[in-house]
Ligand binder design. Structure first.
Ligand SMILES: [Zn+2]
Ligand SMILES: [Zn+2]
Length: 144
């Protein structure tokens, strides 16, 4: 078995800070990374946003419904899902991606995140952001 296959299909569970929203994400993480974009800085508190991309087919909310926000001034905005009660940002959906971008901090056990594989949107990186040495970085999205 290949080393990267160790991250096989998983059943990840998580939710928001207050417990009103719960989710299950099944499948194999498509990618794990840290996003330095300006938008994520608002939501994270200033740090890069630690995310893992999970297949949309294995993701569902099991309790509550998140509130959704998408900017109206962009042509292809992402949709951000968050708890209307406690404000926790849980997931981001991209119009061009059949997957759910989950925030590592909302996992019941955030340590299963392991480590990010790449840093994206370093165009917006702040001087106090850390990128582990040797990690691939991309000014915006990695090429597909
Ligand atoms: Zn909540
Ligand atoms: Zn971002």
């Amino acid at each position: 078995m290949h080393a990267s296959d160790q991250q096989d299909a998983q059943k990840l569970e998580g939710g928001c800070y207050c417990g009103a929203i719960r989710y299950v994400a099944k499948g194999r993480p498509v990618m794990k990374g840290q996003c330095h974009c300006r938008e994520c800085q608002y939501i994270s508190g200033g740090a890069p946003h630690m995310f893992l991309i999970m297949p949309a087919s294995g993701f569902r909310y099991t309790k509550g419904e998140p509130k959704r926000f998408a900017r109206s001034d962009l042509e292809q905005p992402v949709t951000r899902e968050f708890c209307a009660e406690c404000g926790t940002h849980l997931a981001t959906l991209r119009p061009d991606l059949p997957a759910v971008i989950l925030k590592a901090g909302t996992l019941d056990d955030p340590s299963v995140f392991g480590a990010p594989q790449m840093a994206i949107f370093t165009v917006d990186k702040q001087p106090f952001h850390q990128i582990p040495e040797g990690m691939p970085t991309f000014e915006r999205m990695p090429p597909r």
